[in-house]
Design a protein around this ligand. Sequence first.
Ligand SMILES: *Cc1c(COP(=O)(O)O)cnc(C)c1O
Length: 407
Amino acid sequence: MKRRDVLKNLSLLPFVGTGLATVASNEAASAAQTSNKRNLFEELGVTPVINAGLTMTFLSGSLMMPEVLEAINSTAHDFANMFELQDKVGAKIAEMLGCEAAMVTSGASCAIVLGTAATITGTDPIKIKQLPAYTGSQPEVIMQKSHRYLFDQAVTTTGAKIVEVEGPTEMENAINGNTAMALFFNAAGKSSVTHEEFVAIAKKHKIPSFIDAAADVPPVENLFRFQKMGFDLITFSGGKMIRGPQSAGLLFGRKDLIEAAKLNHSPHEAPIGRPMKVNKEEIFGMYAALKSYLERDHKKEWQEWLDRVDKIKSIVEKVPSVKGELFVHPGPANAFPSLYVSWDHEKIKMTAPEVVTALQKGSPSIVALIATKGTEKVLNIGVVLLRPDQVKLVGRRVKEILENQQG
Ligand SMILES: *Cc1c(COP(=O)(O)O)cnc(C)c1O
């Protein structure tokens, strides 16, 4: 008999025998169930990591909410027409977010590709087929110089070129017959054109305006803010703090543009967005994640994060000279609490980056970050992505590492 069959038979034991035997075999059954559980991390030698940082794609983003896993599992057993699914889920999301239309993309980057494509092609099947080798004049996307960022490659992926402007006058002067849209990066440190000016100029010249707010919840209010301001297209990542599938995101806004974006996406066979497919379960999962996020008690969640910071702080401060300090990121991206940990380097001969390395190499492996406080590099412990059972453990590991380095 194979090991798994043995375990399967073991789990049948509770159905025979006396009361006492039942208790004993129930334990055996639950032990069997635990050991029967396939551990794919182990099977493949992949290290499970505790994320004491923030949502980072290299670290698989965030952990999906239980509601999302339930949505994935409960919808995996039937087929669905993907056009119908995207339409129905999109309509529901649009209703939830108070906008005209919405769709699920394979992340915010995909939303930028599809949104840009939509503003270039509209519903024209010839243009959709041509992208990114568009035969007309090269489409232009206007961005503020200070808003240029890594993710704007998703704009040029469509074949469009980015035209940089500084200030409202330059923005207005840059608009011409080739302008497809104007993109605003919400978390850019500086803006020479405010949100309101940006939308007003775009509207005046009938140019679609797009805002990338991928990592900008919390606060939850941001999910409603930009459509009220008048942006035509808005994106948020699904796999950051909304805690949906890592390969999902939201694109929402004007109905005609969302329709055009859908034409540039899977399940259509070949357009530019076809390689950015989202599966049925993730579309359901994204809806479940958003619903759960909107219904969450955000005040309570924030308080839980503060309690976690306190808990870890009190553990690490047991080491002489170690100080913990609450840090709340001002946003717009990653606007949540974390803990800064610093110490007297005369007493503890270890730098913050060395502690980060020790945490990462330890067992279990913990990924923490470095922050700059004044001129000092301090250890930054993120709390928002920890499972409840990992909070004290992270505190204890930091404490252990610092204790062992005391001079
Ligand atoms: C994370 C992020 C993206 C990419 O989002 P994905 O959902 O991972 O595709 C784009 N823009 C900004 C500002 C981001 O923070």
